[in-house]
Write a protein of this length. Structure first.
Length: 98
């Protein structure tokens, strides 16, 4: 019984360490040279909250290429994409697009 408990405990610790390492590799770091790119996110594939406060979480964009939704991408790539912008559209511009 004691050997089983030690095996289970060792497996739990190993799992926790593995998950922690995996999570660390998935998060962008400051040194990764990433930037927010507005206006290119597909519906439900945005990163974090919208600039216009339409929602507060990732994956909640309702339309493709909304001007206030963003995704992180490598520095320099955003402005090469049609519709990509390093700044969100102004509120009055968004009202005109509706």
């Amino acid at each position: 019984m004691k050997a089983k408990l030690e095996t289970i405990l060792a497996a739990a610790v190993l799992s926790a360490v593995t998950l922690q390492q995996a999570a660390a590799h998935m998060e962008p770091h400051a040194g990764d040279h990433m930037e927010k790119c507005y206006g290119v996110a597909k519906a439900h594939h945005n990163d974090c909250a919208s600039k216009a406060a339409h929602h507060s979480c990732a994956g909640q964009a309702k339309t493709d290429k909304a001007p206030d939704e963003w995704v992180k991408m490598p520095t320099g790539l955003c402005e090469k994409i049609t519709g990509g912008s390093l700044k969100p559209a102004q509120q009055d511009e968004q009202a005109g697009n509706k």
